[in-house]
Design a protein around this ligand. Structure first.
Ligand SMILES: Cc1cc2nc3c(=O)[nH]c(=O)nc-3n(C[C@H](O)[C@H](O)[C@H](O)COP(=O)(O)OP(=O)(O)OC[C@H]3O[C@@H](n4cnc5c(N)ncnc54)[C@H](O)[C@@H]3O)c2cc1C
Length: 666
């Protein structure tokens, strides 16, 4: 029997004290930056931050770890931290949370350093297979696909942008047959006994999925943007702080103004409607990253019924082939193999690349593919299919005539460091330079309640503002030297026209039955022509906004040196931008859908609408891989929502009636 304790001390008070220690470290760094590259120094600082004191749950010692837990959660990322928190609310349940990566540290959570984290061990460092359709201007024609390998997962590497998407995204999930995707409260409801309909019933039409998920979005939030306090749309009591960055550039003001002049109104895009322009709402608290671990694990780090194992890679789900029941996991740490049993369930929260890999390694996946690798098949499912992502045309750069952009070398000054470390304010509080977005519906441009096809994501700097960015993007030296080197000292900003509702789908495939070999990723971007057409429309919208007085006041002007491989096309023609998008293809890192949620009738479904893996008992997936159709949103908030909702489903299925989210159906 476990006893239940809450964490007594406000973790942020301790964190603040700790920042003072880091301040000394960073000031030394700046002082020595004349002798050694400041950028290498910053990466080293992030690595060294490991030694800093942390209040995340400790790594459980071998002699304390049990042989059996009620639940085993694989992966302490965005979803895994939420699930571990919610399940350990029941003091009678024990949970082992297993994470392949290291601890998160404070330096990782300084917003301006977001771009640097991809060069630390906290990144799995995936790459797509080479292609001659996309990422053609990247080294070896492969796109970089970073992914968090750290407590907090990709919520530690991400840019903290918090967007829910459109209500129609979730209504569509219901329309696809996920009509039971809510917490049933009525005993007579057929979904209570988990009967899934063979075809869509009339029930679907009175049950809108967005009404079901909205309470979970609100449950996540501790929302603190004063002008948007409508309790119908925002929560105040959740674990995750949502706010604006404490600092904005004049560029951000210019973009908002120019958008307005172009007919785009300012909007709370997480409110009743989505289309419009806005500064970014961020998962941030007091100027510091609010990762999933900081939000959901730190406040409960002393719960005795939660054990956490770090630096531990789960290599196999233990499934009884006769009963097809999951009963535990195998994991490797420091070369030693451990087998731990789960009394109730194994929950996979390894993310949209690792979860399908682990399922396939364990015999759950496409029969032919698994057989070709000699893996015995337990359940023949379309694992790894339905891979979706949001992409943008990268490198769309604008020159300005005022010294107001976020250039790293300019802003890492003693003054700005002091301001950040003492007050968490100033230019270092802007996550990777991301500042403003525009959601736009081309089909119904005048509808204030539109369903956007494009997001314009604006950065208060560009590829030349920070030498690390060209490495993040993976762009070849040939393109960088020809296009961007000539403007290395210029003041710039950048826009990513980002496709929100892609039609193209890719696939993840095992390369080997050895868990150490990374799977192959076929992103398949632009397989559907419409995807490219929408991105080009997004570029045109960006150009229109740039021509407005708000941005002309800064002298904003498109950078016009063409990509050499595209110079055969007239600059700024549709053909040119098509070529540019294929060379400078930019992932927004929203990989999802590879263990698709769907009714039994959906041949591509891997999990049912209660997130249980078809054909295997006591095995669930709770992470971004269950997303059936990618929402018009950055995927962190939707993944938090899935995890909150998934945790309630698990509680209900195991007889814990203390569900914290009441949903009333009309
Ligand atoms: C660079 C980057 C920037 C992004 N920016 C944004 C943004 O600004 N806004 C936004 O909304 N979204 C953003 N995203 C996407 C968002 O962060 C993800 O959609 C979300 O974090 C996915 O959550 P998850 O729980 O599915 O997976 P993850 O958060 O990736 O968690 C998976 C965890 O499982 C662990 N794991 C995997 N396999 C194993 C194994 N076999 N054994 C043990 N542990 C394992 C991993 O190490 C990781 O910690 C970004 C992502 C990246 C990479």
């Amino acid at each position: 029997m476990f006893r239940f304790h809450y964490y007594q001390q406000n973790p942020y008070t301790k964190m603040h004290q700790n920042f003072r220690q880091i301040a000394a470290l960073l000031l030394v760094l700046v002082t020595i930056s004349g002798q050694q590259s400041v950028f290498e120094g910053l990466i080293k600082t992030i690595e060294d931050g490991e030694a800093q004191w942390s209040i995340e749950p400790p790594d459980v010692a071998e002699n304390v770890m049990h042989q059996e837990y009620d639940f085993i959660v694989v992966g302490a990322g965005t979803a895994g931290c939420v699930v571990a928190n919610r399940l350990t609310e029941n003091p009678n349940w024990s949970v082992l949370l297993i994470e392949a990566g290291r601890s998160e540290n404070y330096v990782m959570d300084m917003p301006i350093l977001a771009n640097y984290l991809q060069f630390t061990e906290a990144n799995w460092g995936y790459k797509t297979e080479p292609s001659n359709q996309y990422c053609m201007g990247m080294d070896n024609q492969q796109c970089n696909w970073p992914r968090g390998k750290v407590v907090g997962g990709s919520s530690v590497l991400n840019y903290m942008i918090y967007t829910r998407g459109n209500r129609r995204d979730y209504d569509n999930w219901a329309r696809l047959g996920n009509v039971g995707w809510y917490v049933p409260r009525v005993k007579t409801d057929p979904y209570r006994v988990n009967k899934m309909p063979d075809k869509l019933s009339t029930y679907e039409f009175r049950c809108r999925s967005f009404d079901e998920v909205l309470p979970y979005f609100k449950k996540i939030e501790n929302f603190s943007i004063p002008e948007y306090s409508d309790p119908t749309y925002h929560g105040k009591d959740g674990y995750l702080s949502i706010t604006y960055a404490p600092y904005k550039t004049k560029i951000a003001d210019g973009i908002v103004k120019a958008s307005y002049e172009n007919g785009i109104r300012y909007v709370d895009y997480n409110g009743p409607t989505q289309v419009g322009v806005s500064r970014l709402q961020l998962s941030m608290r007091d100027g510091v990253r609010a990762s999933s671990s900081r939000a959901y694990l730190h406040p409960i780090s002393s719960r005795p019924n939660l054990h956490m194992k770090k630096f531990s890679m789960v290599t196999k789900i233990l499934i009884d082939p006769a009963t097809k029941t999951a009963y535990g996991v195998e994991f490797v740490r420091n070369g030693r193999t451990y087998r731990i049993r789960a009394k109730k369930e194994v929950i996979l929260s390894g993310g949209a690349i690792n979860t399908p890999q682990l399922l396939m390694l364990s015999g759950v996946g496409p029969k032919k593919h698994l057989k070709s690798l000699g893996i015995p098949v337990i359940s023949n499912l379309k694992v790894g299919y339905n891979l979706m992502d949001h992409i943008a045309l990268g490198g769309l750069t604008f020159l300005i005539n005022q010294p107001v952009s976020l250039r790293t070398q300019k802003i890492i000054t003693n003054e700005n460091l002091k301001q950040y470390l003492n007050h968490h304010k100033g230019p270092l509080s802007v996550p990777g330079g991301c500042e403003v977005l525009v959601f736009h519906d081309f089909s119904n441009p005048n509808d204030p309640d539109g369903y956007p096809e494009i997001e314009l994501l604006y950065i208060g700097g560009s590829i030349v503002s920070d030498p690390i960015l060209r490495k993040d993007f993976g762009i070849t030296d040939e393109i960088y030297d020809a296009v961007y080197k000539p403007i290395e000292n210029a003041e710039t900003f950048m826009t990513f026209p980002m496709l929100l509702r892609p039609k193209s789908k890719g696939r993840i495939v095992l390369k080997s039955a050895d868990y150490r070999v990374k799977p192959m990723i076929f992103a398949n971007y632009f397989a559907d022509k419409q995807d490219m057409d929408t991105i080009i429309k997004g570029v045109r919208l960006t150009l229109n906004i740039t021509s407005q007085p708000g941005l002309q006041a800064l002298g904003a002007k498109l950078h016009e040196i063409p990509i050499p491989q595209c110079s055969k096309y007239q600059f700024a023609s549709d053909d040119y931008f098509n070529c540019m998008a294929r060379h400078f293809t930019f992932t927004i890192y929203h990989y999802s859908g590879t263990c698709k949620m769907g009714p039994r009738t959906d041949k591509k479904a891997v999990v049912d609408p209660r997130l249980r893996v078809y054909g295997v008992k006591n095995l669930r997936v709770v992470d971004a891989s269950v997303i059936p159709v990618i929402p018009a949103a950055h995927t962190n908030a939707p993944t938090f929502m899935i995890a909150e909702k998934g945790a309630d489903m698990i509680k209900e299925d195991w007889g814990d009636e203390r569900l914290s989210c009441d949903i009333n159906f009309k």
